[in-house]
Design a binder for this molecule. Structure first.
Ligand code: FES
Length: 101
């Protein structure tokens, strides 16, 4: 799949999370102090919408039951066997893109 545009970087401040849906698959894009990360958008606990979650430092907090995932690595904060898929994020000419498989 080619790079998929998310939004202009100027519209995505530090500390925010946005939801992206491509071909019915949701993704969560996070801005942690200017560093951008993309993970799968469905929580492995019970299917919560991670793209509607909040950031706690480098951790993306699921809005349903509060599970936390390091958005840099996808790893759950308390169970190393639980890991989100991660995807590369690229900024070109002021726009954010994710590189999806
Ligand atoms: S669905 Fe995400 S913590 Fe329960």
């Amino acid at each position: 799949m080619p790079l998929v545009k998310v939004k202009p970087l100027s519209e995505f401040p530090s500390g925010e999370v946005c939801e992206l849906e491509i071909d019915s698959n949701p993704y969560a894009v996070c801005n942690v102090e200017g560093k951008l990360h993309c993970v799968q958008g469905v929580c492995p606990h019970a299917g919560g919408p991670l793209g509607q979650g909040n950031l706690n430092g480098n951790y993306l907090v699921c809005p349903w039951h509060g599970w936390e995932f390091d958005c840099r690595t996808g790893l759950n904060d308390s169970d190393e066997d639980v890991k989100l898929q991660t995807f590369p994020v690229i900024v070109t000419d002021g726009d954010i893109y994710v590189d999806l498989p």
